[in-house]
Design a protein around this ligand. Structure first.
Ligand SMILES: *Cc1c(COP(=O)(O)O)cnc(C)c1O
Length: 399
């Protein structure tokens, strides 16, 4: 459990220690992986008490597990939330949360650009069950205000936005929502930043979700997710969205690997940010490049807000080549060091084409409407040396 003392320690220290005390586990430096589906009770009353939530302790690993609990405590601590729930995937976190907090007739107001499967879950999933999905440009505060209604239950967005890197002012959006109706929940997908760069709950958000598959795990070897919020909301999501609606439970070994990844989170984020900055500055000067979307460039429309709400500008870049789609495909096919793959936040530099890959769940018209151009290329800057990544990009852009 994180003590109040833990809270006063720095982020890097808490990334290594929060939520785990080796003295409670035979002195094991690392948390044991509890490979067990079920937990025995001393007597019927104890079992009943655990099921009723009146007694602490685990009863079945679809609900909770001690290894998972260490991860959840650490994530809540780093995001400065009361509690966390780790899940089988980022989509597991998003779906378990929304299945728990919305009902037919409610409206979810979302930013116009979303991760492709989040868009698909809302547009093709929740909509089918009578939940109204309404889109606004969250960088335009008048647009948000115009679309709020007495049905609005949740505001949902990412920042920087996947894949086109628009930056949304978290405090401003929270203020607009709460001024309209204090009961509205503001939910932020913090996958791109991680708590090492941005802590939405400190800026007024109610719920943070993650794809832990990305920077939190950090090594491209697992799929997982997490939700961080107040303890009551987390308990509701655990006992309904997770237990009954999705069953999207994280495996104990996966929880262990994420804990291992998080120990180096801040170190890795520093390098990801440095590399992305160097790559973006090179691309901005390159004659084959039409536009670079990276909030760390002073010319980027998101620069001011990003400087205020992020500790650094992150490891993700988007670009548009002169010659659009055709030029993009030629460049992607010529890469030697950088890998042509979806996902992000790994040690390897990964490059992909959103229109044909991560955002193919949108129609061509929807992509145009939602600000995802057909020629957009997305780069996740890896941990290799910036010099080597830049040399690879330059050779791919030449010719
Ligand atoms: C990858 C991703 C997700 C989905 O996470 P999975 O772990 O793949 O289920 C959600 N949001 C963002 C921003 C992502 O990049």
């Amino acid at each position: 459990m994180p003590s109040n003392q833990d809270k006063k320690l720095s982020f890097a220290t808490r990334s290594v220690h929060a939520g785990y005390n080796s003295a409670d586990h035979e002195g094991a430096l690392n948390p044991p992986v509890y490979m067990t589906s079920t937990f025995t009770f001393d007597n019927v009353a104890q079992g009943a008490g655990r099921f009723a939530g009146e007694e602490p302790g685990h009863f079945y690993s679809r609900v909770s597990n001690p290894t998972q609990e260490v991860l959840e405590t650490r994530l809540a601590d780093l995001e400065e939330g009361e509690a966390a729930l780790a899940t089988a995937s980022g989509m597991g976190a998003i779906t378990a949360t929304l299945w728990t907090i919305v009902a037919p007739g409610d409206q979810i107001l979302v930013d116009k650009t979303l991760y492709g499967c989040t868009f698909s879950f809302l547009e093709h999933g929740l909509k089918k069950f009578g939940v109204d999905i309404c889109y606004a440009d969250f960088t335009d505060h008048h647009d948000i205000q115009a679309k709020l209604s007495d049905k609005t239950r949740v505001l949902y967005f990412e920042t920087p936005v996947n894949p086109n890197m628009r930056v949304i002012d978290i405090s401003a959006v929270c203020r607009i929502a709460k001024d309209f109706n204090s009961q509205i929940k503001v939910m932020v997908d913090n996958t791109y930043c991680t708590p090492a760069l941005q802590r939405p709950i400190c800026l007024g958000a109610d719920i943070v979700v993650h794809s832990a598959t990305k920077y939190l795990g950090g090594h491209g070897d697992l799929i997982a997710g997490a939700v961080i919020a107040d303890a009551e909301t987390i308990q509701q999501i655990r006992l309904f969205g997770l237990k009954d609606m999705t069953g999207a439970v994280i495996a104990p070994m996966t929880a262990f690997l994420i804990l291992r990844g998080i120990k180096t989170l801040q170190l890795r984020m520093e390098r990801h940010c440095q590399n992305a900055q160097a790559i973006a500055e090179m691309l901005e000067q390159h004659p084959a490049v039409d536009r670079v979307f990276f909030p760390g460039l002073k010319t980027d429309p998101g620069y001011q807000v990003a400087s205020q709400q992020m500790d650094d500008f992150g490891g993700m870049i988007a670009l548009e080549l002169k010659g659009g789609f055709e030029a993009g495909v030629r460049m992607l096919n010529r890469l030697k060091l950088a890998k042509l793959a979806v996902s992000l936040g790994d040690a390897e530099t990964l490059i992909q084409h959103p229109a044909s890959m991560t955002h193919s769940t949108y129609t061509v018209e929807q992509r145009a409407e939602h600000g995802i151009t057909e020629g957009l290329v997305r780069i996740s800057a890896g941990l290799e040396s910036a010099e080597d990544i830049i040399a690879d990009l330059e050779q791919a852009l030449a010719g």
